[in-house]
Design a protein around this ligand. Structure first.
Ligand SMILES: [Zn+2]
Length: 163
């Protein structure tokens, strides 16, 4: 299976932007990163810039083989994560960089936080994913700018390709 096309990338970028806006993430710049190898267990990962409101999201390169519902739930999952970025920074930076605890204690706290955060993100994203639109891979290019006519000003913001 070849990697998704440039056109797929455009449609996916607009889709992520639309769902991001609907999820209250209008202040975030969200870029699509490189495709993850399909052999990788990960379907997607996000890489936020600490202390800033921008992130890359990388999706697995077999994304066109996923059902639309699966894609939606993974996009919603990654986007819900963004709301919790500052929380992660408390553990990763504030607690770690204060050097008040040993590395082993820090790793224990991070592992517990990571596990609890994943459960929370799963719970929230599973509950809400069905309220969001499915991607339309074949949508006409000029329709991408107004992906959701119910949301005024839903322009696609700063789409850049990081390569
Ligand atoms: Zn997650």
């Amino acid at each position: 299976m070849p990697e998704p096309s440039d056109r797929d990338r455009e449609v996916l970028t607009a889709y992520v932007r639309t769902l991001g806006d609907q999820l209250g993430l209008r202040d975030w710049d969200i870029w699509l990163g490189d495709w993850l190898p399909p052999a990788d267990d990960k379907k997607a990962e996000y890489t936020p810039t600490p202390g800033d409101r921008h992130t890359y999201i990388n999706f697995a390169s077999d994304i066109r083989e996923w059902s639309l519902e699966k894609l939606r739930s993974i996009v919603v999952h990654e986007l819900v994560h963004l709301h919790l970025c500052d929380l992660g920074e408390i553990v990763r930076s504030d607690i770690h960089d204060a050097h008040l605890i040993r590395q082993q204690e820090y790793e224990l706290i991070w592992a517990a936080f990571y596990r609890a955060r994943e459960l929370a993100v799963n719970g929230i994203s599973r509950a809400i994913a069905g309220f969001f639109p499915l991607i339309e891979w074949e949508r006409a290019p000029d329709a991408l700018d107004c992906a959701d006519p119910l949301l005024p000003g839903n322009a696609i913001l700063s789409i850049e390709h990081p390569m």
